[in-house]
Design a protein around this ligand. Structure first.
Ligand SMILES: Cc1cc2nc3c(=O)[nH]c(=O)nc-3n(C[C@H](O)[C@H](O)[C@H](O)COP(=O)(O)O)c2cc1C
Length: 165
């Protein structure tokens, strides 16, 4: 619960590199998330190349922090495995949250940045990563060692809850 409650979106990173082993741990966490019909249709593009990180930052305003991130993971859904976009988005969302929580537990900071369903964000990412049509880019996750501190969230709100007893 402590890891869940203290996770925040981190958009400023130090220049310290992010080791591959830590990225693999994050991907392990992502792939242990549930998926509809256990189809596991996600694919992950791990980017450490500074030129590509900058291309993503330049292409998507909402992913600007990627320019200074140590790495990024672009999460894709494979439509040949799961044809329904709705399931691709929820399945990738569950995997992304696991990835963010594992990153936070390792001391890393991340920001979940939307790509799909907006075509004006999907198209540039398709071009930069040379993606085939059946792969739907869902999100870009910027990752790095945090260079900002944020308060824990306290969002529990009983007004949002209905109990049926
Ligand atoms: C589906 C989704 C898309 C998001 N897209 C962006 C984005 O493009 N750029 C960004 O800076 N943050 C993005 N965020 C992060 C949210 O702004 C952030 O989670 C929210 O403000 C709450 O802050 P917290 O994560 O620190 O609790 C996104 C989050 C989600 C779940």
């Amino acid at each position: 619960m402590d890891i869940i409650n203290t996770r925040r979106s981190i958009r400023k990173y130090t220049e310290k590199p992010v080791e591959d082993e830590l990225l693999v741990k994050m991907l392990e966490a992502a792939m242990n998330a549930p998926t509809a019909r256990n189809l596991q249709e996600w694919k992950f593009v791990v980017i450490k190349d500074r030129t590509v990180l900058k291309q993503i930052a330049d292409a998507l305003r909402s992913s600007r922090m990627t320019e200074h991130a140590g790495a990024a993971v672009v999460v894709l859904g494979d439509k040949t495995i799961q044809p329904k976009d709705e399931y691709i988005y929820v399945d990738c969302g569950a995997a992304i949250e696991n990835l963010l929580l594992e990153a936070h537990s390792l001391g890393l900071g991340c920001c979940w940045c939307a790509i799909g369903p907006n075509e004006d964000r999907i198209e540039p990412i398709r071009e930069i990563l040379n993606l085939e049509e059946h792969l739907v880019p869902v999100a870009n996750i910027a990752i790095g060692w945090p260079d900002e501190e944020k308060e824990a969230n306290h969002r529990y709100d009983e007004k949002k809850v209905t109990w049926i007893k």
